[in-house]
Design a protein around this ligand. Sequence first.
Ligand code: FES
Length: 159
Amino acid sequence: MVESVPEPDENRTVLQLCQDYGSRPENLVEILHAVQARDGYLSDDSLRDIAACLNLTRAEVHGVVSFYHDFRRAPSGKTVVKICLAEACQAVGCDALKEHAMQALSTGVGTTSSDGAVSLEPVYCLGNCALGPAVMVNGDLHGRVTPEKLDSLVSGADS
Ligand code: FES
């Protein structure tokens, strides 16, 4: 367990970030978060350096990265829209909202629009189940999101 989590620091190297966590394999998830906070995503080079620093194989590191939805393997769009696709939100229409979002944002779920403007990401519960469909736009949580409200939130995030 890490006693204190350092603030993201773009000047620290991957090796230094690993050392912040004692270069211990059990801190892999925290190290991945720290590197992603620094770069916005996890590059092949970063994963290679983390594996070397922790004396893990690249496959072991990739396995952890692919297990967690929060880790990105490519830079995100300027606006990040997370749409909840879990059961409570399904019961109140998140599938239709997802279809609208894909069309309105010109991107698929789990991808970024070709102009790099928007990333649409699936999440499985935002802790806002009573107010579904739930959406998070650039870290801000919204409930009872209609297609019109989603359009408004995204255009507001653009400005
Ligand atoms: S199921 Fe969507 S916020 Fe919980």
